[in-house]
Each structure stands twice: as C-alpha cells, then as structure tokens.
Design a protein around this ligand. Sequence first.
Ligand code: BDR
Ligand code: CA
Length: 310
Amino acid sequence: MKHKIILDCDPGHDDAIAILLAAHHPEIDLLAITTVAGNQSVEKTTRNALKICTLANIRHVPIAMGMERPLVRPARHAADIHGESGLDGPHIPEPDIALSPMHGVDLLIQLLLASEGDITLVPTGPLTNIASAIKLEPAIVPKIKAISLMGGAIGVGNINESSEFNIWADPEAAAIVFNCGCPITMVPLEVTHQALATPEIVARLRAAQQPVATFAADLLVFFAETYHHVFGFEAPPVHDPCAVAAVIDPSIIQGKLMHVAIETVSELSAGRTVCDIYGTSGKPPQVRVGYALAVERFWEMVISTLLSYS
Ligand code: BDR
Ligand code: CA
C-alpha cells in the first residue's frame, strides 16, 4: 500500500527536492501540494511549486495556495538562503499548470474529511496551514493518520541560537499542531544537518544528464553558496526531503518519543522546540523526535527517485 500524503510546503530549494521525491517515489501517493508563506511570500512559494511541477511534468497533483501570513505574527522570509524569488539559481521555465481554485486550508480539510483516516501530513514550512485547518475544522484531527514535519531543533537553532526557521516563523501555529493529539514525527536540524548535499552528491545527479536531476543539482549549487555564506557550511543540509523519507521508511531516522513544548512567549527564544529528553517535565510524550539519519540510504532514496524522472 502506498503512503497517502499531503505535502504542505514553502518552496524553497529543499522543499523543491521534497516535492520531486514525494511526486515520484513508488511508495508515495501524493494527493496534493499546499503552499504557505515561509521562505518567501505565499505568492512566490506557490509560483515556485507550479514551476517545479511544470519542469518535472507533475500534472496529477493539485496545488493550492494557503495562508499568506502566520497566525499572529508578521510574515518573515528567508531571502538570504533562498533568494528573492524563494528559488533563486537555476533558470526555470514559466509554469503552465493551473493553480487549484481552492484555498490550501480548505483543500486540506476537504481531503482529510473525505479520507478513511489514512493521510499523513508532511509539512516542510511554517505550520500555519495545518493549524488553521485544525482551528477551522477540528473534526479533521482524528482523520490525520500522522504528521511528519521538518522543523525544530533539540539543541541549537538556525534562525537564531534557540530556534529553527519553520517553527520560529509561526510558533503559535506550531503550538496548535504539536498539541493536537495526532502522532507526530519531528525531523529537526539534528537530522537534517546530516543530509548534506556534498559535491559528490551533486556530481551523481549531474552525471545522469537528465533535466530533473540537473535542475536538482543546480538548485543544490545555489543552496550550497548561500549556506556557505550565511553559516559557513561546506555543503548545504537538504532539510525537507528528510520528512518525506521518514514516511517512506521510518527506520531511516532514529528517534525517541518525548514531550515537546513550543515556546511562544519569550522574545529571546520564541519558536524553540523544548524537547524533554529525560522526561523531567512529567508531561506525556507526544512527539517522536529524530536525532540521526541513515545518510547513505537517504541519498540512495532521493537520487534514485530523481533519476526515475527520465
Ligand atoms: C527549514 O527552513 C527553510 O528555509 C527550509 O526550507 C527548511 O524547511 C530549515 O530550517
Ligand atoms: Ca521548507
């Protein structure tokens, strides 16, 4: 049985790789792509989703635009990492796929309510759409099979010392999602910083001389430059496909069940995922928090899927 998923994303270079993985992996049935403001404005992330799917000829998946700003805070984007377009670097042809007429949040609600409780949500951006859907229609919660999200950090953040970008961008939404009662896998920076797109990985993609693999390689080259410039990394961490990979093969990520609280009050650490590793809070564990990635298996999965677009 294929895993039915909805990818809720803010493309974004690594979101792009997540879309390409989810749309063509034989064990995934990608029901929809919903977009959210995050790496760039929702207009830009939506346009990027349409462009990626046009380039890769992904025409069977509805793409619906979601929330344009976080629940209570102003929108803040990541142009230093993803550029002004949200997907700077390679030249990408204009999209020729029609956007769904539905709002992303409505599409999430519609698909979940109509389901048999067999849909996994894979958010790879701020959690605004998922939280909005839960607020608007709480009856979706028991219909969500699981949530596999890229976000958070056990330790050091990336937008600041405390917080990871996706959770920091909309902490109030994250608090709703993390406390909704669904089974949650959190794929934090500790995992995604192991998914490094080294020059060898990029070379393997280029060697195929195929348009989709070449596009991915070009994206990763731009991503490598900004990650080097901003963080001094030698190779960029390809965060978002890790959350898709965790659905396809949960054993690709080692994790531990623990209570995770979202900091929403502090100015210094808003968006921090407070991970109760030792159970000291006494609060019931509700999140499987990843801490290690089977790196070789991950790249085999990603590269073989990207090459399957030929
Ligand atoms: C996350 O932030 C975004 O910039 C990436 O797309 C990823 O989802 C990493 O912190
Ligand atoms: Ca993202």
